[in-house]
Design a protein around this ligand. Sequence first.
Ligand code: F6R
Length: 242
Amino acid sequence: MIKIEIVKDAGAAAKVAATHYKSLLNDKANAVLGLATGSTPIPLYKELLELHSENAIDFSQSICFNLDEYCDLPNTHRESYANFMYEQFYHLANVEENNRHIPDGNAHDLEKECERYNDLLSQHGPIDLQLLGIGRNGHIGFNEPNTELKAGTHIVKLSEATVKDNSRFFEEEEEVPAFAISVGMKSILSSKKIILLAIGEEKAKIVHALMHSGITTLLPASFLHIHTNVTLICDEAAASLL
Ligand code: F6R
């Protein structure tokens, strides 16, 4: 079942989501956090950093795992998720460096890297609070719509739709990496609690589809209906077709 909370705008969504982090980390300082990138969580990271600067939240014992990373994009590239996390969150958050986990999309042996990341997740997991955005095609992490989905961390060829959507972050569509490493559905679905953020009218169609869908691999986010603790926080624009 997916609980839904509709708020006015992105700022309000960030504030609501941040309260979940605050209460989790107050209860469990060494919580395992599943983190996401993309445009959607940026206001949330801002809000969390604000709380951190007021000493209202402490990440010093938290263990963070990102969902995904592009392959063959240097970590120093502005759009690598390693760089995104540093710029949006880690450079000001007091997460210990050895507790900041992101798949290495430049690993020499990508299959081995998937195994390594998957083992690390199993070692530290389950994730206490998994943050998700949703692609306009219904992907979560980079689990793209397909006839089958993967349970574990895997290499994925990004769909045409995702390449197109993410080309807004690059100068040209050709620059968008063709492949990524993504955690699989198992680590997402075994998280104790999941917050799915959907912001803006460009997410309205997929939010509508998600809330009216059965469970199908063609809409990977629909598997969230199986989970017992998922909250979809969306703004009025993303909820406008519900
Ligand atoms: C990012 C991720 C993706 C994004 C999704 C939405 O780590 O896993 O699933 O959450 O593509 O991206 P935005 O927020 O840019 O619309």
